[in-house]
Design a binder for this molecule. Sequence first.
Ligand code: ZN
Ligand code: ZN
Length: 323
Amino acid sequence: MPISVADSVYLIQVPSLFPVGPTNCYLVNSGEPSLIDVGLKNRKSYETFMRELSTLHLAPKDVEKVVVTHAHVDHFGLIRRLQESSSCDVYVHAEDFQFVSDYEGAYLRRLDYFGGILRDSGMPPKILDDLQSAYLFLRDVGETPNNCRKINDGDTIRMGNVKLDVVHTPGHTIGEVTLVWKEKGILFCGDHLLNDITPNVGVTLREGSHLSLLPDYMKSLEKTLRLPGNTAFPGHRDIIQDFRSRASQIMRHHEERKNTMFSTIADGEKNASEISKIVFGRIPLSEIPLAIAETMSHMKVLEDEGKVSSCRRGDVTYYSANK
Ligand SMILES: [Zn+2]
Ligand SMILES: [Zn+2]
């Protein structure tokens, strides 16, 4: 049963295959039925979606628009399947556009990119092979949607009587958006803010080198403090009742984490794989690339602050504390 979370807004929770749990999708049913995120593509999530829509006397053909908060497959993989009987337009931020509008190509590039990061981190080849196989399923849980359109910061999206302002909040991905429903003081924030876990922040490839997304993320959190309202509807888990205090908590968390990361190299240089093992402890295999990417994002910031130096030996980068 879809959960009514605000005037003409329903929460549809779609199972995901990731440890973070089901994806929160929001149906805005105010004259022009539209969706904010859909889950990944598999039979279970498709059936969940069909059942939930039909409870509200709707079918995919009634859906006019889908806004994708960010280019992670658990937020858009199912769209193409729904488009078998719907010609809905799909809106995604310009910076995340290529990952959605060419899923198959982006999947291969991402696999390649993560392979590079993991080699750079000093990951043992055996774990690298296991990870490559573990991630093969991603190819099948997404598909390129039709009618993809770019959105940008400052745009307005109308869903019938509901007017949403697009705010670019990069960090979790480079093109993550938060949709602001000013009239009600509600944010649809995707994975920019989550209630009881901190969103993953990694690195991205720009002009041939890895760039930390952490500085962008910290700026996005600051921007969030100035948004109107109190409630945020996130991409996973529970609704956030006070998004400003959650954004502040996450900012403090990253300051602390950065210090923890720094302390791991006090007794000598380490690679990202070794640092990540100390900071994150034992984690499931599928979480390892995220932990490595987050470790690198912190180490790069520390490097930019002049506290850390890095050097490459072979394929691997080693970090040491500056005296
Ligand atoms: Zn995400
Ligand atoms: Zn997500």
